[in-house]
Design a protein around this ligand. Structure first.
Ligand code: KIV
Ligand code: ZN
Length: 391
C-alpha cells in the first residue's frame, strides 16, 4: 500500500510443508491426486520448496512424493527422512525424478528427546547425523538437515551438530521449534548466534509450530536473526496447533516492507485459491476470523467502519482483498450498519432511491436486522420491492 521498500531486500525462501507436516494434522489424509492438485497450486503460488511427504511412512506416501517429483516443475521437491538408511533410501527413490530434488533428514537434539526417545548419547546423535547427511549426499546435491526440538536444545550442542552436518555436505540447516515453545526474542538471538557459527554459504531455516500462537512471530524473528528459509503451511495446518501460516508470513512481509526488509517470491494473488483448495481437500475449515483468508478478514460490520471504507478503503484496510486473490472487501449488512453502507448496498444492487426513501427504508432495515441478524441481498431486494415503507 503506502510503504516503500528499504533499498536492500533479502530474499526469504518459502518452504511449504502443507503436504507433510500439514498432512500430519489429526484427521487429515490426502490421496495422490489431491496431493498433486495442491502441489500444482503451490508451484503456481511460487513457493521455493515443496515438502511433498514422508516417503518411508507408507508405500502410498512414497508414490505420492514420487508423482509430485515427476510432474511438478519449478520448486525444489523434497521428502522427509529420519537419520537412518531405510528412510534416506526411500526419500532418495521418491525424489529421484524431480527437476530439483532435495532430501531432508533430521534427528532430535534436545536432552529429553535424546535421552527418552532416542536413548542415545549426544556423541552418537552427532555420528548418526553425519552418516545420514553423507548418505543423503550420495544421492542428491541438495541436503537439508534439521535438529528436531532445536529450541529446547543446548546452543553449544546445536552449533556442534550443525557444523558436523555442514562438513558432511548439508546445504540447508533447519532449526525447528518442534513444540512451539520459543519466543521471538529467543529465536532472533538463536539465529544470530548460529549465523556467527556457520559458514556464510549455509542457508539457515526456521520451522515453527503454533502451540502458543507464536509461530508466525517466531518465524519473522528468525528472519531478523539471519534465517533465509521459512517453513510453513497453507492455513497454518499441521501437528497439534499447526505450523506457521504461509499466507500470514507472506502478507506480513509484503504489507510491512518498511519494517521487514524481506522479499518472498510468492504470487500473493494465488493465496486465497490455495487456502480454499487446502481447506476443501483436507476437510479442515478455516476459522472466519483467520487473518488473510478467513471469511471475515475483509468484511466490515460496524457503521463507523463501513462509512470510513466507503470514503477511503485505507481507513480500515491495511491491504486490499484483491491482492490476495479475493473479491473486494465486503460490507456486512446488519444492525451495526450505517446509512452510508445501506445506501451503497442498494446502489450496488441496481436501485436508484432518493434520500427520503433511503431514510424510510433504513428504519425498516434496522427493524429487520434486529430480528434477523445478518441481512442478505435478497432481504434488501424484498425490502425495496415490497414498497411496504411507501404510504
Ligand atoms: O517440527 C519438527 O521438528 C519437524 C521436523 C521433522 C522438521 O517437523
Ligand atoms: Zn514440524
Amino acid at each position: 500500500m503506502t510503504q516503500s521498500a528499504p533499498s536492500s531486500q533479502q530474499r526469504i525462501r518459502i518452504f511449504d510443508t502443507t503436504l507433510r507436516d500439514g498432512e500430519q494434522s489429526p484427521g487429515v489424509a490426502l490421496n495422490h491426486s489431491q496431493k498433486l492438485e495442491i502441489a500444482h497450486q503451490l508451484a503456481r503460488l511460487g513457493v521455493d520448496v515443496i515438502e511433498a511427504g514422508f516417503p518411508i511412512a507408507s508405500p502410498g506416501d512414497l508414490e505420492g512424493v514420487s508423482r509430485i517429483a515427476r510432474e511438478v516443475r519449478g520448486p525444489i521437491i523434497t521428502g522427509l527422512a529420519r537419520a537412518g538408511r531405510a528412510d534416506i533410501e526411500a526419500a532418495a527413490r521418491a525424489v529421484e525424478l524431480a527437476e530439483k530434488p532435495r532430501i531432508h533428514t533430521f534427528i532430535a537434539t534436545s536432552p529429553i528427546h535424546m535421552a527418552k526417545k532416542l536413548n542415545l548419547e549426544p556423541d552418537a546423535v552427532v555420528e548418526r547425523a553425519v552418516e545420514a547427511v553423507r548418505l543423503a549426499r550420495s544421492f542428491v546435491d541438495d541436503v537439508e538437515f534439521s535438529a528436531e526440538d532445536a529450541t529446547r536444545s543446548d546452543w553449544g550442542f546445536l552449533s556442534r551438530i550443525f557444523k558436523a552436518a555442514v562438513e558432511a555436505g548439508a546445504t540447508t540447516i533447519n532449526v525447528p521449534d518442534t513444540v512451539g515453545y520459543t519466543t521471538p526474542r529467543e529465536m532472533r538471538e538463536l539465529f544470530a548466534f548460529l549465523k556467527g557459527e556457520l559458514p556464510a554459504h549455509v542457508i539457515l531455516s526456521a520451522h515453527c509450530h503454533d502451540d502458543l500462537g507464536l509461530a508466525v512471530a517466531n518465524s519473522i524473528a528468525a528472519a531478523e536473526g539471519g534465517a533465509r528459509q521459512i517453513e510453513c503451511t497453507i492455513n497454518g495446518i499441521g501437528e497439534r496447533a499447526g505450523n506457521a501460516s504461509l499466507e500470514e508470513l507472506v502478507m506480513a512481509f509484503h504489507t510491512r516492507r518498511d519494517a521487514y526488509p524481506f522479499d518472498t517470491g510468492v504470487r500473493t494473488r494465488e493465496l486465497y485459491r490455495a487456502s480454499r483448495m487446502v481447506s476443501r481437500l483436507s476437510g479442515m475449515p478455516v476459522q472466519p476470523n483467520k487473518a488473510i483468508v478467513g471469511d471475515n478478514a475483509f468484511a466490515h460490520e460496524s457503521g463507523i467502519h463501513q462509512d470510513g471504507v466507503i470514503k477511503a478503503r485505507e481507513t480500515y484496510e491495511i491491504m486490499n482483498a484483491e491482492l490476495v486473490g479475493r473479491e473486494a472487501a465486503v460490507l456486512v449488512m446488519g444492525k451495526h450498519s450505517g446509512r452510508a453502507a445501506f445506501r451503497k448496498a442498494l446502489t450496488d444492487l441496481g436501485y436508484t432511491v432518493d434520500e427520503d426513501r433511503v431514510k424510510s427504508l433504513f428504519a425498516r432495515f434496522k427493524d429487520l436486522a434486529d430480528r434477523k441478524g445478518q441481512i442478505y441481498a435478497d432481504d434488501l431486494r424484498a425490502l425495496v420491492d415490497s414498497r411496504s415503507d411507501v404510504p
